[in-house]
Design a protein around this ligand. Structure first.
Ligand code: ZN
Length: 243
C-alpha cells in the first residue's frame, strides 16, 4: 500500500487527518494566542533534534519541573485541522510509563504505540509505516522499561518450563515475541537484574527487527531521513536512557 492508500486508511479509520503530501503542508501554523504553538521551522526537526526535544522534556519530568506544553485549548484548536508530530514512540502498556508525560510533551507532538513490552506485530509495524511514510517522521523510539511485568512473566515461564514455556490465553503471543531476548541474554542469579537485562536485549531486538520487517522503514533509514532509537525508561528515576 502506498502513501495515498495509507492516507485513505487514516480517513476511513477516523483516527488521523489526511496525511499531507508535502513538507509545506505539514507545517502547523501557530494559532493566534497559542502559547505553545510550534513555529514552522521547528515542526520538521532532524532525528537528532527530535531526540534532543524528547531528552529535554524527559529532563524536565525527571527534575519534577515539567512545563506541560501543548496541553491548552489553543493547542488543541491549532492542531485540529492537521497534525505534524515529530516522533513515534513505541512503549509498554505499563501504567507507570505514560509516554507524553515522561517526555513532557502534549497534544499533537507524538505518535504513540503501546503494548506489553513494546513489541512488534503487523499492526504496530503498519502504524509506524503510516507515520513514517505519511508524515516524513525523522525519529522512531522503542522504549522498554525496567522491571517490565511482561518480560518478567516471560522469564518466569521459561524458568518453569524451559523447553516449552506457556502462558494463558493470548499472553502466550506476547511471551513468544519476548522469548528470543530471554534466550539471548546472559544468565544472572539476580532476578531483577536479569529481567532488566532482557528488557535491554528485547528493546534492541525490536529496533533491529523493525528495520528488517518493514521495507518502508528500511528505505527511510537507508535514505538518512529516519533514525530508530532504542531506549530504556527507569521506573525509579524517571530517566529515559538511550541504548
Ligand atoms: Zn512493561
Amino acid at each position: 500500500m502506498g502513501i495515498g492508500g495509507l492516507a485513505t486508511l487514516g480517513v476511513v479509520a477516523g483516527c488521523a487527518d489526511t496525511a499531507p503530501s508535502s513538507v509545506s503542508e505539514h507545517e502547523t501554523p501557530p494559532a493566534s494566542g497559542a502559547e505553545h504553538a510550534p513555529s514552522p521551522e521547528d515542526t520538521r526537526p532532524t532525528a537528532d533534534e527530535a531526540w534532543q526535544r524528547l531528552e529535554e522534556g524527559n529532563a524536565r519530568f525527571v527534575s519534577g519541573s515539567p512545563l506541560h506544553p501543548h496541553q491548552d485549548a489553543a493547542r488543541r484548536i491549532a492542531v485540529a485541522p492537521h497534525q505534524a508530530p515529530y516522533a513515534f514512540v513505541l512503549g509498554c502498556i505499563d501504567s507507570r510509563v505514560p509516554v507524553e508525560t515522561v517526555f513532557d510533551q502534549g497534544v499533537g507532538d507524538l505518535f504513540v504505540g503501546r503494548n506489553a513490552a513494546a513489541i512488534l506485530d503487523d499492526t504496530v509495524i503498519g502504524g509506524i509505516e503510516f507515520a513514517v511514510s505519511g508524515y516524513q517522521l525523522p525519529l522512531v523510539v522503542i522504549m522498554g522499561h525496567t522491571a517490565c511485568g511482561a518480560v518478567k512473566a516471560t522469564v518466569d515461564a521459561v524458568k518453569a518450563n524451559p523447553a516449552a514455556p506457556t502462558a494463558p490465553g493470548e499472553i502466550l503471543d506476547i511471551a513468544q515475541e519476548i522469548l528470543p531476548a530471554v534466550k539471548a541474554t546472559a544468565e544472572n542469579p539476580d532476578d531483577s537484574a536479569f529481567v532488566d537485562a532482557v528488557v535491554t536485549t528485547n528493546t534492541r531486538h525490536v529496533a533491529d527487527q523493525l528495520v528488517k520487517r518493514s521495507a518502508i522503514v528500511a528505505e527511510a533509514v537507508k535514505a538518512g531521513t529516519l533514525k530508530i532509537v532504542a531506549s530504556t525508561y527507569h521506573l525509579d528515576t524517571g530517566q529515559v536512557e538511550r541504548l
